[in-house]
Design a protein around this ligand. Structure first.
Ligand SMILES: CC(C)(COP(=O)(O)OP(=O)(O)OC[C@H]1O[C@@H](n2cnc3c(N)ncnc32)[C@H](O)[C@@H]1OP(=O)(O)O)[C@@H](O)C(=O)NCCC(=O)NCCS
Length: 179
């Protein structure tokens, strides 16, 4: 019998950072997410420029199984496309702050055990404490060929941005969850 996941999130400290950096996705998933080492560089750069970010280790009981990083943003400029600026979707979202699930991975050894779903639940619970400010939405994005992520987030309640003109070749797909 598989045991129910006992997932919680823990802050990154000197005690767990080496283990976090050593987590790995499968070879064919490497293009879906940055390395955790690079994500921690992003976290530093983000904090250094005054933008809040919350990186966490994902634990099942005492075992480190993954990494998730959440940021807070009120600037959709990274998402603007000229053709999108006149859309109803853009008019709706612009000027609205949002949380962003910037990075998310479960180590290849621990995937498909329900840890990812439980970790996302915990992350959304954390976001709903509004640690960096109020927001109505949580946003994330994934590579178009990442079918597992697409279906997983859809089943969790995320809805893809799909106004014509939003995407350009090479763009990740963005999806939004109402908080
Ligand atoms: C996406 C990811 C975080 C999911 O983590 P996980 O712990 O394997 O997820 P879970 O076991 O909780 O499964 C979540 C759902 O995805 C499905 N799923 C997970 N891996 C799958 C796979 N390889 N093939 C098919 N379905 C899969 C599960 O069946 C499950 O659906 P269900 O709850 O309806 O049964 C993990 O696959 C991963 O780290 N992928 C590489 C990095 C990545 O793509 N990150 C997201 C970038 S935005």
């Amino acid at each position: 019998m598989t045991r129910k996941p006992q997932i919680h999130l823990e802050k990154i400290t000197y005690d767990n950072v080496d283990a976090i950096v050593n987590l790995r996705v499968a070879k064919d998933q490497r293009s879906y997410v940055a390395s955790n080492q690079w994500s921690l560089v992003d976290a530093y750069l983000s904090l250094a420029s005054g933008r809040p970010v919350h990186p966490f280790g994902i634990y099942n009981g005492k075992t480190l199984v993954g990494f998730i990083m959440i940021s807070y943003n009120n600037d959709w400029s990274g998402y603007k496309r000229d053709a999108w600026l006149n859309s109803d979707e853009y008019r709706f979202y612009k000027d609205k702050p949002f949380y962003y699930i910037w990075r998310f991975m479960i180590d290849r050894k621990f995937q498909k055990r329900g840890y990812g779903r439980e970790a996302l639940r915990r992350a959304v619970e954390f976001i709903r404490t509004y640690p960096s400010g109020l927001a109505d939405f949580c946003v994330l994005s994934y590579e178009p060929e990442n079918e597992v992520a697409r279906e997983f987030y859809r089943s969790f309640g995320f809805v893809e941005l799909n106004e014509p003109g939003y995407y350009e070749p090479g763009d990740e797909i963005s999806a939004v969850l109402k908080l």
